[in-house]
Write a protein that binds this ligand. Structure first.
Ligand code: SF4
Length: 252
């Protein structure tokens, strides 16, 4: 999809992970600068929850233009291609499905004019880096939340004012990084996806879950058997009806 440009031919790109920070930044940018034809970009892996896709659609309506999905393939297809599951030591999924495609897309935009990339890093997380694409000739990085002095309270206040509730999880349903409570929730609320993850584990002979992380079975097939007996992680009981744990965040 062609990017929209301002009258000088510049492309303004807002990377949307779908999390609180980038969502608040995008809405505020839209309100502060109605004259800028922003391009709101996301990098789906095809393994996000239905709630996440609904969030992206809703955001497109609020922002007045559909999000541009930069897609390099799906997590499932790439797992088959790599013949391995991503894990803590080999997080190739983020690189191949998010960082590299986004980088390539930015690079293509610079062929026709300057490209400004807006990244949602907050003022109260100074030490955190992310979205470093200014090594690409023609790309300028902006960090609006830091320019505005926005930390967590300002981000939350913005979301509340806009009436936006971000999904509990913005990461993949099969993310190796998730905790046992989140696996239980996937098993309980989206059995089809959970069974799909079992099939992939059995096809490749590896597990998404890392041994030793908790006392629950490592393989999802065994986990399914245990969950089916009615056992569930305490953390899920505690979290029912409350805010869930922070999702895996990434910066485009
Ligand atoms: S959310 Fe997890 S599985 Fe998905 S791309 Fe990121 S690290 Fe990989």
């Amino acid at each position: 999809m062609n990017a929209r440009r301002d009258q000088w031919g510049n492309v303004h790109v807002v990377g949307l992970s779908g999390g609180h920070d980038s969502t608040a930044m995008a809405v505020e940018l839209r309100e502060r600068h109605p004259e800028i034809p922003f391009n709101f970009v996301c990098t789906p892996t095809g393994n996000e929850s239905a709630a996440m896709f609904a969030h992206w659609r809703n955001l497109g309506e609020i922002l007045g233009s559909s999000l541009i999905p930069v897609i390099a393939g799906s997590l499932k297809a790439m797992i088959r291609e790599e013949k391995m599951l991503p894990n803590f030591r080999a997080r190739w999924c983020t690189r191949r499905l998010k960082i590299e495609p986004y980088r390539q897309w930015l690079k293509e935009q610079t062929l026709f004019g300057a490209t400004i990339s807006y990244i949602g890093l907050r003022a109260d997380e100074e030490g955190r880096a992310g979205g470093a694409y200014d090594d690409i000739f023609g790309v300028e990085m902006r960090f609006p939340l830091r320019e505005w002095g926005w930390g967590e309270p300002e981000v939350q206040a913005k979301l509340a004012r806009a009436g936006i509730i971000c999904p509990d999880r913005t990461d993949c349903e099969w993310c190796y990084h998730q905790r046992i409570g989140e696996w239980w929730e996937l098993w309980f609320y989206n059995r089809e996806s959970f069974m799909g993850a079992i099939a992939i584990e059995q096809e490749l002979g590896y597990t998404f879950r890392t041994p030793g992380r908790d006392s629950w079975p490592v393989s999802l097939a065994e986990l399914h058997a245990v969950f089916s007996t009615g056992k569930m992680p305490t953390i899920s009981l505690n979290r029912m009806g409350r805010e869930r744990m922070a999702p895996v965040e990434y910066d485009l």
